[in-house]
Structures are given as C-alpha cells and as structure tokens.
Design a protein around this ligand. Structure first.
Ligand SMILES: C[S@@+](CC[C@H](N)C(=O)[O-])C[C@H]1O[C@@H](n2cnc3c(N)ncnc32)[C@H](O)[C@@H]1O
Length: 199
C-alpha cells in the first residue's frame, strides 16, 4: 500500500483531479490576517506543502518574498503555471520539506502552514517542529492554520490546541492560537490560526 510519506500518494490525487483538500483559493483566514492591522511586516516566506500554491500566491500579492515547497510534481507545475498567468512573483520548488534544513538554514522570516501539519504522519510531528525551527531566522515566525478536527485517523490527522502547544512551545513563543471564525463551510469550527515566534 502507498504511504503518505511518499510523494506518489499525493501526486496521484493531483493527477486524478481528486485533491479533496484543495480550496481553489487562498484560505480566507490568511486573507483576513493580511488585510488586518496585525498584518506581519514583509519578509522572506516559505509555504510548506503548498499544494497548488494559492496561499503562496496570496502572500506574494501582499508583498512577501515567497517560496512554496511541495514534493508532488503536479502541484508544483500547477503553482508555477498559476504564478505565470497571474504575473505573481512567488517561486515554487519541488522538495521534500524534511530536507529543507540543509538547503535553507536560518533563512526565512516566516513559515506559512496550511494543512501540512495534518498531512504528515503524527509520529513525524516533532521532526516537523524542528524543521520549521531550523529554516527560520532568529525571531522568525510560523503563521499557521491548523486543522483541529477530532475525527480518528487521517490524513488529515486532527490535533487539539493543547497538543499543538505541547509540540511547539519549547522552541516557539505562542503569540496566539485562536479558533477561526471565517473558515470555509466544510471546516467551520475545526480550524485554529496561530502565530508562533522562534525563542
Ligand atoms: C493536504 S495537502 C494541502 C495542500 C495545500 N496546503 C492546500 O491547502 O491546498 C498536503 C500537501 O502537502 C504535501 N506534502 C506532504 N508531505 C510532504 C513532504 N514531506 N514534503 C513536501 N510536501 C509534502 C502534499 O503533496 C500536499 O500537496
């Protein structure tokens, strides 16, 4: 059986046109954040598990210098194509995110996360936290939209705000971790938005 740690699992969903997580647009809570008075200062931004790139394109539209990473070739090809047709400056690289630490050590001001933490096997979550930590500069921030559903199994693997804190708080100051009010209808009441700063 195919494993979710292999890019082929995800690639097939994109090729079959059945990526059920794909919103077809940037996540509304990110749009709200970028249009709010709490908009982060501009900086170098990595979007992990970027899929077809909508969130990466959104941050680039708002002036951030963005690189989207995904290991599914079709996701990256679609993102590059969308960036070209919309004249967007976001770059997209086909990478396994767990290999980014050597290529981009202490490099980014922000890491943006949307349905990537829930897509990796839960036993890799500690490794994921270390990866995010290692590609961020001192005082860099994780801007995350966590899928906090409570159904068993996955992907998407749910998590509670308490669990998320437990994973991140040793390495990150929790600036906020709050329920989302403007999720898409299928995720109402099941998302938390967060900003965590490297300690
Ligand atoms: C649930 S999808 C979310 C995609 C996108 N963030 C969105 O919201 O549309 C998870 C994405 O993470 C990617 N992914 C999973 N594990 C990965 C890894 N180890 N390295 C790079 N990408 C990975 C998959 O290919 C997939 O595109």
């Amino acid at each position: 059986m195919q494993s979710i740690t292999e890019s082929s699992y995800w690639e097939e969903r994109y090729q079959e046109q059945t990526p059920r997580w794909d919103l077809g647009e940037a996540a509304p809570p990110f749009l709200s954040l970028l249009n709010s008075e709490n908009k982060p200062n501009l900086g170098k931004t990595a979007v992990l598990g970027c899929g077809r790139g909508y969130d990466a394109l959104l941050f680039a539209e708002h002036g951030f210098e963005v690189v989207g990473f995904d290991f599914a070739p079709t996701a990256i090809a679609d993102s590059i194509s969308l960036a070209k047709t919309t004249n967007n400056t976001a770059q997209f690289l086909q990478r396994d995110i767990f290999n980014l630490a050597t290529e981009f050590p202490d490099y980014f001001d922000y890491v943006v996360e949307h349905t990537c933490f829930c897509a990796i096997p839960p036993e890799r979550r500690t490794e994921y936290v270390q990866l995010v930590r290692s590609i961020l500069r001192p005082n860099g921030e994780l801007i995350a939209l966590f899928f906090t559903h409570s159904r068993p199994g996955g992907p998407p693997f749910g998590s509670t705000p308490t669990e998320i804190r437990q994973y991140f708080e040793a390495d990150f100051e929790i600036l906020f971790l709050e329920p989302v009010l403007n999720s898409v209808p299928s995720r109402q009441g099941e998302e938390h938005i967060a900003r965590f700063r490297v300690r």
